[in-house]
Design a protein around this ligand. Sequence first.
Ligand SMILES: NC(=O)c1ccc[n+]([C@@H]2O[C@H](COP(=O)([O-])OP(=O)(O)OC[C@H]3O[C@@H](n4cnc5c(N)ncnc54)[C@H](O)[C@@H]3O)[C@@H](O)[C@H]2O)c1
Length: 105
Amino acid sequence: MKNILICGGAGYIGSHCAMILRGAGYNCIIYDNLSEGNKAAVEEFILVEGGLSDTALLRETIKRHGIDGVMHFAALALVGESILFTPARLTSITEAASAAWSAAA
Ligand SMILES: NC(=O)c1ccc[n+]([C@@H]2O[C@H](COP(=O)([O-])OP(=O)(O)OC[C@H]3O[C@@H](n4cnc5c(N)ncnc54)[C@H](O)[C@@H]3O)[C@@H](O)[C@H]2O)c1
């Protein structure tokens, strides 16, 4: 069975993706800092609480669960937040995503 790490997996898109992947025979591990999303939506999955920028935890999670693939849905997706975006905040989430991909490589 393939093990898939879903970053932002407690969110709307990520949690639905996890359910679809499970139905297709994949084992999903959820990685999410729960800044948004819904913990109850993924209670049937292993949930690792952590941020994208925590590369040490990401690496450990990938190793511990024998991850074969990573799907990335962690984002600041609320429409209202988009008008509050500052360049520093945008850089922060972009750098965090970049760190996540480095950990997965
Ligand atoms: N909802 C839609 O209809 C839709 C449509 C097209 C594309 N998208 C895109 O899909 C992605 C996810 O959207 P969504 O609607 O599921 O958003 P969401 O807010 O429901 O989910 C995002 C998840 O990411 C987590 N998260 C945020 N920052 C994090 C960080 N630094 N580290 C770890 N976890 C973090 C949040 O806790 C949340 O659970 C976004 O890029 C969005 O633009 C969404």
